[in-house]
Design a protein around this ligand. Sequence first.
Ligand code: GAP
Length: 536
Amino acid sequence: MPAVTMDQLVSLCKRRGFIFPGSDIYGGLQGTYDFGPLGVELKNNLKAAWWRANVYERDDMEGLDAAILMNRLTWKYSGHEETFTDPLVDCRSCRARWRADHIKDTCPSCGSKDLTEPRPFNMMFKTQVGPVADDTSYAYLRPETAQGIFVNFANVLATTARKLPFGIAQIGKAFRNEINPRNFIFRVREFEQMEIEFFVMPGSEDAWHQRWLDDRLAWWRSVGLSGDNLQVYTVPKADLAHYSKATYDLMYRFPIGFEELEGIASRSDYDLGSHSKEQDSLGLSAKVSRNEDSTAKLTYFDPESKRHLVPFVIEPSAGVDRGVLALLTEAYDEQQIKPVTPERAQAVAEALAAFVKSVGRSEKLPAEQRDAMLDRAELIGRDLATSMAQIPALLDMPGAASIELGKKLRGQADPALDESYRTVLHLKPTLAPIKVAVFPLKRNAPEIVATARQIRKTLQAEGNMRTVYDDTGAIGKLYRRQDEIGTPYCITVDFDTIGQGKDASLAGTVTVRDRDTMAQERVPIAELQAYLRGIV
Ligand code: GAP
């Protein structure tokens, strides 16, 4: 069963070290998350795949890594100081603040309809630069990586002698003071973007816009998202950002429904024109603010027409964090692999019923947390055999830790889950945080342990694939653990491997187990690298 709720993903991510709430030990900082040991690998693999496809495998792209802090004039002329706002409303009853377009006309906290009129709230974070605080010594944390590319257009052009069309690609942090960060890493205050500004001859922008839409859809499919879960939304003219002539939003079916994963905007000559000096001489098509501060003319000399022109821009802009969330959503799967014995099923059902009763009676829980837990428990209870694997996510929900009977439920559910269920992340092997896990069949058999450790070391060093060694449980349990984090292959070293088993012909071979099919085959140690390298 694929992931049905965000809680399942949140629970897995926290339990297995993909993603933790930011500043957790101090009560967190809303809208921030930390990527743990597995999360950082997954995120790096996604970024590397994007960079490979968009920079290395194309002939028309350069890379860039611009500073996060930029001269504040950048944000004046980009239009962000004036227009990068969301509509903010206050609830007069409970004082909560909301984004007006995210709520109907009722406060989600207290249900009151007594809301203020929406007013614009600028989402850029301001920070002090240097030791003297005055009206001119501030800067913004960039709300998009794009502007770093535009202000470097002339530098890149001068140092690479590129001809149109060409693009500049950049991956980096962006910051937005979102009014209501929510839905795990979907809407956060600190995130990463993978952005391309692709410069084209004026007049060719519509064809390039379509080409980029097709390319980007194909790329997301290539990293594992299914076509059924992707949709294209053409942003209506009235909703376009201030710089956009036309925008396609590439939408993914997250657990919260179809939402934006990437925007592909046709930005005309707005950006280069806005940051240019002597704008009157440029024949701009976009309406820009007069710029008396820029020291550069951001134009391109067209050798054919022998004239200077301002290129048009197509911008595919994807969120890394939303990309990671989409990959996790797509990959998540819960499978029952063995029937649960009737006695165990009965014990879990009883423990669940007792937990539900206790949640219903609890006076410590805020109503919102109690209702969310009761709803989830009810869904699980309705079809316990198929939904049993959701119990850990239920017990990780906000407030669940305060329910004493949660421990009993966990105690009953864990053995049933270990025996009969598995959670699998069907990540593409290239994106999986760990490619191979190596286990010794017996951890107190020195020759088996030494062989397993040597295989791990060799694959990591020479095969250049992230590999781990684990001997902390029975093999079945170790397989489950690796399935849950998406490791495509597990290798087991046994007595046959070291020539002390029943079958002498298996000496020097190991068992390789496939995550998705659970099929196992014997592979000679000497061939492991070649066997795995082709796949991962
Ligand atoms: N330079 C254009 C630009 O920034 P955008 O649609 O505002 O366009 C591009 O952002 C992408 O960045 C979005 O499609 C989304 O994936 C990601 N993104 C934007 N705001 C985000 C947030 N608060 N949290 C996580 N990702 C976000």
